[in-house]
Design a protein around this ligand. Structure first.
Ligand code: NAG
Ligand code: NAG
Ligand code: NAG
Ligand code: NAG
Ligand code: NAG
Ligand code: NAG
Ligand code: NAG
Ligand code: NAG
Ligand code: NAG
Ligand code: NAG
Ligand code: NAG
Ligand code: NAG
Length: 450
């Protein structure tokens, strides 16, 4: 079953690649239609929205009207959907009053990532989220700037921040999602066979750092994210344990991005983290801290295998190619993506890495102004364990043990420091025995590919 599905997926993918944008699905078997009335900004529209989702919970099309404004002052939970298209042609607005939102999030009794409050929660088979293809419509405005600016000096984000949206479906799609100034995390994807395209996430700040504004947190299988723009202050994509067959292609990521990430994996030491067949291709990375990034916790267990980053253009990126198997997370428990003890952990295991490929990277290392505003400690969290950085490092690979990294391959890595000095590498424990095609010798110093 799994094999058949994988084959079908591949065939579909190659069709989609051959003719981008040519696949348009109608709404077969969706006879019901709920058009949501708008108060035009004069009242709270969330009761009307919630009613529409209750009434049109199956075999339906739910419409936010073109150019209309909707105040979504309380969270929308639609977890019993089946075969529903959500057309977001209007613009949605969260409350601008921080206290109001905090009270709602606090009311759920949890501020941990794992049980945090989502402002929009959609769940069920065959959900299509269809935003507007028009550039001024289909935006979700979260008014995050005030939240970022409310963060105290050296804080990592104030308490009771909601996640924007949870999209949990099988055989669904998520198109033209547009998020302006999210308070924090944008999209959590869960389920199977989900296509995401033309997303636009803009968490650029005019003031303080936009902490935890992750683009896509993925815990799903058979996912494709393409043709999207993600400008934010955390991972553009974070592929979590349980994810298999994920493609991230033809995207632009930047601002204070923390890159295309696998992980963090293995935070819960009793859990077995498992990620495979993840493919990042044809991506432009601008001004980010990381380009490609793998992060697992020392003492975590699991396996990550068959992971590729290919055709990646980096411009002014601090750590273009980065692997750590001894990740720790700064900040409060609310920023943790998983669960588990974060300090005093025995280093008794590693999330094993196998068959990793980095190929065809071009661009520049950020030598002149490395890092970003997420640094609130000394040393900065992203410099932890790396005392002698020159900011000419094109490649940093830190393996937890001499057997935890296997079959790594780097080829055509043409990344040059802004200083125009030779690119360098920090490499620990990616042994030649287990990594015969590494492409350079694993030691610190000048990066000399062969
Ligand atoms: C909102 O504006 C639209 C278009 O101007 C109008 O048709 C509609 O009646 C207005 N709704 C309310 C509740 O005022
Ligand atoms: C979910 O929807 C099904 C069918 O549409 C219905 O029978 C069921 O009662 C709903 N459950 C809830 C919790 O609303
Ligand atoms: C925000 O809402 C709270 C609680 O309703 C209220 O006390 C406060 O005055 C509001 N703040 C602003 C700036 O409107
Ligand atoms: C969160 O809820 C607790 C318990 O109800 C309350 O003591 C606390 O003041 C609330 N905090 C905020 C910021 O709303
Ligand atoms: C994936 O979902 C799409 C609908 O979004 C459907 O047409 C396609 O058949 C599904 N693919 C598989 C392998 O089930
Ligand atoms: C490592 O230690 C932790 C904490 O004692 C424990 O939960 C975990 O099972 C251990 N891992 C292995 C592989 O023994
Ligand atoms: C890891 O994931 C693969 C693919 O879903 C599955 O076949 C395998 O059983 C998983 N292994 C563990 C130990 O969970
Ligand atoms: C590795 O992952 C790619 C997708 O990134 C997939 O096409 C390929 O079949 C996988 N290889 C193996 C051996 O599973
Ligand atoms: C490089 O990126 C850093 C961090 O985002 C930024 O401060 C700096 O202005 C950028 N430099 C250039 C030349 O774009
Ligand atoms: C913020 O952190 C920096 C670096 O650790 C420290 O030097 C500074 O004193 C801190 N500022 C405040 C207000 O805590
Ligand atoms: C390579 O650099 C890292 C990071 O600075 C350091 O921890 C490690 O000990 C160095 N390896 C050698 C052999 O000097
Ligand atoms: C390499 O791995 C061994 C265990 O396999 C460990 O003792 C050693 O500290 C590691 N070296 C570095 C530089 O991390």
């Amino acid at each position: 079953m799994l094999v058949t599905r994988a084959v079908v997926w591949t065939v579909l993918s190659s069709l989609a690649l051959g003719a981008p944008g040519s696949i348009k699905r109608s709404s077969p078997g969706r006879p019901h239609r709920c058009v949501i009335p708008s108060s035009n900004g004069t009242a709270d529209d969330s009761p009307a929205v919630q009613r529409a989702f209750a009434k049109c919970s199956s075999d339906s099309v739910i419409v936010f009207q073109e150019s209309a404004d909707y105040n979504i002052f309380t969270p929308i939970s639609a977890t019993n959907l089946s075969n529903v298209e959500i057309q977001v042609n209007g613009n949605l607005h969260l409350p601008q009053n921080i206290t109001t939102v905090q009270r709602i999030v606090n009311g759920t009794g949890g501020d941990l990532y794992s049980n945090g409050q989502y402002w929009f929660e959609f769940k069920g088979p065959r959900i299509d989220y269809t935003g507007s293809s028009k550039v001024n419509n289909g935006w979700i405005n979260s008014y995050g700037q005030a939240w970022w600016d409310a963060n105290p000096v050296n804080g990592t984000g104030i308490d009771y921040r909601p996640h924007l949206i949870s999209f949990h479906t099988t055989d669904g799609s998520f198109n033209y999602f547009k998020s302006r100034k999210p308070i924090a995390w944008n999209v959590q994807l869960q389920g199977d066979n989900i296509t995401v395209a033309h997303a636009f996430i803009d968490a650029e700040s005019t003031g303080s750092f936009p902490f935890n504004t992750d683009g896509f947190d993925v815990t799903a299988t058979n996912v494709r994210i393409s043709d999207s723009v993600i400008y934010n202050g955390d991972d553009a994509i974070a592929v979590q344990s349980g994810s298999h067959n994920v493609v991230f292609e033809r995207n632009t990521i930047g601002y204070q991005s923390h890159g295309m990430s696998i992980g963090s994996l293995g935070e819960d030491q009793a859990d077995f983290a498992n990620v495979s067949n993840i493919h990042f291709e044809d991506v432009t990375v601008i001004d980010a801290v990381y380009g490609s990034r793998f992060k697992s916790w020392s003492g975590g267990q699991g396996i990550a295998k068959n992971i590729t980053w290919k055709n990646i253009r980096v411009y002014n990126v601090t750590f273009p190619i980065f692997v750590t198997q001894s990740y720790t997370n700064q900040g409060s428990s609310q920023t943790q993506l998983g669960n588990g003890v974060t300090s005093g952990r025995p280093n008794n295991a590693s999330v094993m890495m196998e068959n990793f490929v980095w190929s065809d990277f071009t661009g520049t290392v950020n030598t002149w102004r490395p890092g970003d505003g997420s640094c609130v400690t000394d040393p900065c969290w992203y410099d932890d364990g790396l005392p002698n950085l020159k900011h000419t490092e094109a490649v940093i690979i830190e393996c937890n043990t001499n057997s935890s990294c296997k079959d790594f391959t780097l080829s055509n890595i043409a990344i040059i420091p802004q200083s125009m000095s030779p690119p360098t590498v920090v490499c620990m424990n990616a042994t030649a025995e287990l990594n015969p095609n590494l492409g350079f010798s694993c030691r610190n110093g000048t990066f000399l590919p062969y």
